[in-house]
Design a protein around this ligand. Sequence first.
Ligand SMILES: Cc1cc2nc3c(=O)[nH]c(=O)nc-3n(C[C@H](O)[C@H](O)[C@H](O)COP(=O)(O)OP(=O)(O)OC[C@H]3O[C@@H](n4cnc5c(N)ncnc54)[C@H](O)[C@@H]3O)c2cc1C
Length: 465
Amino acid sequence: MIGTEEDVTQDLTRAVGGEHVSSRPSDVMFYARDCWARRHLMPDDPPRHPVWVVWPGAASEVARVLQVAGRHELAVVPYGGGSNLVGGAGFGDDRPVLVVDTKRMSRVLELDETSLIVQAQAGITGGDLDEYLRVRGLFVAHMPTSLSQSTLGGWLATRSAGAFTSRYGRIDRVCMGITAALPDGSVVRTRVAPRRATGPDLMHLFLGSEGALGIITAAHLKVVRVSKVRVWLAGGFKELSQAVAAMADIMSSGTRPVVASIADPVVALRHSGQPSFMLVCSFEGDGELPVVQRDEARLLVLAHGGAYLDPAAASGFWTARRNDVFGDIIARAESRVIGEVDIGADWRHLAMVADDARGRLESMGCGVTMELGFFGLEGGALLCKWQLPEISDPEDVGLRQDEALAIVLDAARRGGGAVAHHRGVGRQRSAAVRAQLGNRFDLFADVKRQLDPKGLMNPWLTEGA
Ligand SMILES: Cc1cc2nc3c(=O)[nH]c(=O)nc-3n(C[C@H](O)[C@H](O)[C@H](O)COP(=O)(O)OP(=O)(O)OC[C@H]3O[C@@H](n4cnc5c(N)ncnc54)[C@H](O)[C@@H]3O)c2cc1C
């Protein structure tokens, strides 16, 4: 570090105002963590606290903060809702850490109700953005389960996917433009136009960058009109491969479900009373269209050997999913033995990857639940959760968790899929990035060096470069 802690505090105070800079123990302890359960619990890997937390209110203030960080050669960690499950908080080396919490940048800047585009600051939570839009008969076309705990900037930085992805696309299709402060303290804005062919679209460089290239301060997103009609479809299948084949056909049939998931028999049993793989879809719109689409999809369920279940099982699954969010976070944080990861594969490999991961985890003695979702025309995600068998030696828990994670990532690789589908990599999976990117890894590392020559920003994506 160049200068003393007092020098840095004074410079940060000049950048954002004294009331928006903190080194209070309660703040620095809080910001060392996010929702990555391992960060909370592993005695072998205690979190390193930041020295400062700042709350800038605008892009210009973020830029000034980054200039201060550059001058003093600090490590910078952007922080949105802290809801990531992969360990985005923290830093790799010994430099003093500055956390930049974006949550004071929480305003909606503009709404175009004709083109259906909203511009908001990056620190707005999904819940606040959704509330702003709902009273106007609109909603945000991106709906992660963590809606009220996560921020617009976090969604973009992790290349997130939401429950309505099957109809409206993942965040990279919902986002139309961004504003970001770069490590050198300049601010860039990408152009917002329905489409552009003026060279590569640099907006995409920042989507999934996990704070490695700068701090996203605002973005334009597509919004959608609230539909008058929503109908549900639930189908039960003996084999996962049948449910996957039915979902692939539904996705390519043009019926365009909004919610689309395949639940494990353990979860399905709670809602349908049947221990089968449960296909869940909602169809939304006005007039007769949703019912016509539902009936079309229902034929595809039957064509793949499925049974038509009470639609209340599908809506019950959806409601429980939305309502259990807090319980879910607490369960993850309290248990050392629960682990989870999101991977992706195309339709041809999805069921095979799931069966491969499940079989190998079960032979380790793990209890396993899986959910398939976030589908596109080409395939989707597999959310895999495992519970380790009781282990008496706490030192062993970390090793066994690493082993379980490696099994699932390996299953994704064997199926030609992605070792991270929509939650980013963080600390949890940074080691897997080089192998997954191949020679594109060095290309990305070059881009990072160009934009961030002092290496101020999150290093996970280019660790080992
Ligand atoms: C119960 C639960 C349910 C979840 N459901 C989903 C789901 O349905 N879909 C899904 O995709 N994910 C889900 N997640 C994971 C998580 O909510 C997402 O990864 C989310 O996008 C993170 O947003 P955040 O604002 O909390 O980001 P944070 O956790 O604060 O940060 C995530 C990463 O992005 C960086 N970052 C944050 N803000 C910025 C910024 N403005 N500019 C640059 N970098 C930034 C951080 O440094 C960090 O590396 C869930 C998590 C929980 C706990």
